[in-house]
Ligand binder design. Sequence first.
Ligand code: GAL
Length: 347
Amino acid sequence: MSLAAEPFGALPDGSPVLRYTLSRPGGLTLRVLTYGGIVQSLQVPDTRGQVANVVLGFASLGGYLAATDAYFGALVGRFANRIAGGRFSLDDKSYVVDVNAAGNCLHGGRTGFDKRLWRAEAFSDHELRLSLTSADGDQGFPGRLSVEVTYRLLESGVRIGYRASTDAPTVVNLTNHTYFNLAGEGSGSVETHTLVIDADQFTPVGCALIPTGEVALVAGTPLDLRTETAIGARVRDPHRQLLAARGYDHNYVLRGTGFRRSARLADPATGRVVEVLTDQPGLQVYSANFLDGSHVGTGGRAYRQGDGLALETQHFPDSPNHPAFPSTVLRPGQLFASSTIWQFHTE
Ligand code: GAL
């Protein structure tokens, strides 16, 4: 096993960005940037031992700096997903946070954690520890937040561990925004991949993808992915929820609690399978509806709508404005701790 760092360009202010490579002989190779904590590449063998990079991204830093709204592979915070109107109240105080998406706060605001330079430390030969401090008032959020994310290479998977603490009451929702394409990034649509989501319910959205507050059953809708279903099978159903999101872009209410499986994505052509395990209550399933062919990916091919699938383990969108949703409040003295595993195998 090995862990090594190399330069990966510099930010406009001259700060150097590093790329860390974690690899296991005969197994996975994971490449992570100090910019945005981005998973830049993840090489995974198929049934015949052929290796491919199964995550969307770019070959150089410039690509990430230009694609500000796609969040390829990035760590997302302080608050993944949307906060309606960029407003919420906490302990009877009102807060206004940065609005960067149709009048709402998306993924922590304009300068979210995906656009920050993280401190990096090789914790062992298979574990990279990233950290940052988000100042009180960063993008409008209260409290000085200390965040630590570790990427650990497993036998045949990746574990992402999140920890956060604050010096004043605040809200936190952290995730990673990797888009998977198990046939290899740049190989086209993932519509023939099959998907299972371990959820009986989802949180319907209204305009601008803000949850209505309802929790609805997936049964009888094209959002029912409880049994293995090709992504393309129902993505064109003229269902209100799919039309509002241009495809799948919904938070699923995961079944059960504790660390458990949330999703299984498989590519019948290569036999690659990834299972996503998490302790979080929700999973945002996003079928890359906004990719429009304007970004040239790592391997030199443009990414179009549906060329990847993001499985974002998280709390429900807009939780600070929905007291009935699991709480995202973090108080001084509490530790936010969560983990997600991407477990790969072949079939
Ligand atoms: C997803 C979100 C989408 C879109 C995307 C970034 O997490 O659910 O609506 O904003 O990020 O392009």
